[in-house]
Design a protein around this ligand. Sequence first.
Ligand code: GUN
Ligand code: FE
Length: 459
Amino acid sequence: MTDNVRRLDLRGQTLVASGFHAPVRGTIDWLEDALIAIDEDGLIVSVTRPGEAEYEMAKREAGRAGRLATLPAGTILLPGFVDLHIHAPQYAQLGRGLDVPLEVWLHRYTFPLEARYADTAFAGRVYRRLVDDLLANGTTTALYFATAHVEASNLLADICLERGQRALVGKVAMDDPAGCPDYYRDASPEASVESTRAVIGHIRAMPGNAKGRVLPVVTPRFIPACTDAALQGLGDLARDCGCRVQTHCSESDWAHGHVLARHGMTDAASLDRFGLLTAGGVLAHSNFLTADDMDLLVARKAAVAHCPVSNAYFAGSVFPLKAALEKGVRVGLGTDISGGPIATMLDAMRGAVMASRMLESGVDPDLPPEQRSSRAGARIDFRDAFHLATAGGGDALELPVGRFEPGCHFDALAIDCEAPQGGIRLWGTEAGDDLLQTILYTASRPNLARIWVGGAQVG
Ligand code: GUN
Ligand code: FE
């Protein structure tokens, strides 16, 4: 069944493969020659390991029925990556404008660019390129901010469905004349709510989307861009429509300070008043969460999208990831394109590890080590990062993705560890967690040989 050229459709097949997943944070599960049975809907039915009673018979039966698929030697299976925070329109400025603060970047680069998505031909060109690139980079699920335009937001959802990416798409709501330019904002709080409702309706009615491959998300940009009336209307809409919510929370000193000054409380507390902290919902960044904020997120089952690469440019601090995890906050990772200039979740994982190490050690070389350390025990390792980029993202969204377990979608990557153009170089001694670490730190796009979403190969 192995086919190195044609797409490999695994719906209704049983795959024999070796690979890693991290269903529980901190531990890696190695599957060696496991049998993964996938149904016609792309859901995993069973995962059987050699030595288990049914293994030999299941393998024989799948082979006899012509439903046994194998991967080439040297291929390692990983769950697909979940990008928990990404601005689709900003792909057209990837790598630009990161030498100024957030509030300058928004008005000088980002709002003018996003305003151009009134042109759906331009939107289509960028969005097709983006979705294809993300899939090729292993992002099988993405939680997108689109723009304030209904048509271009609808188009992003159409393109995700057409290309086969699992996606959640939000039309950006931003109506406050004090925080948004005249040329790019919703006309009123009512317009924010009604345009959001229109995109929710479009996504739910898209032909071919009956199973919800693409989902709508209520998306107030952030408190500084929204009036209180819009925030309240959007909270009500999310409740009435049963929709997830995403927004930015306490990203930088400026953004955090704006909400403290305007509402007299933290972002998280204020968002909660409007009904915007919900299960399956995602707060991007959240760098300045207090301990009480973290408790609130836990109570509401709202998640943080940790965006370590972007935070290096805009946040002015490092997200206290380990503290949040230890409190039980749901956390996943995001690229935050284009606040983060790298379109792969591999770099979000690498960045999360690096940022946590610097938070633990401290960064000022003029201080002696005992004074330099800023947070003892703040580090995570590649195991945690891998969990966050896969199962953690799925848990944040309350979607069954990121694990090789019965009931989960078969969203997966075949890593070719021998691709000549790729970054991975193996020397024959790597095994177990070491092998995973090598893959995560050195893989590049040519190593991602095949990508599946719901059992169907995409890209
Ligand atoms: N805060 C409000 N809008 C944005 C955005 O587009 N990117 C980032 N990083 N932060 C924001
Ligand atoms: Fe963002």
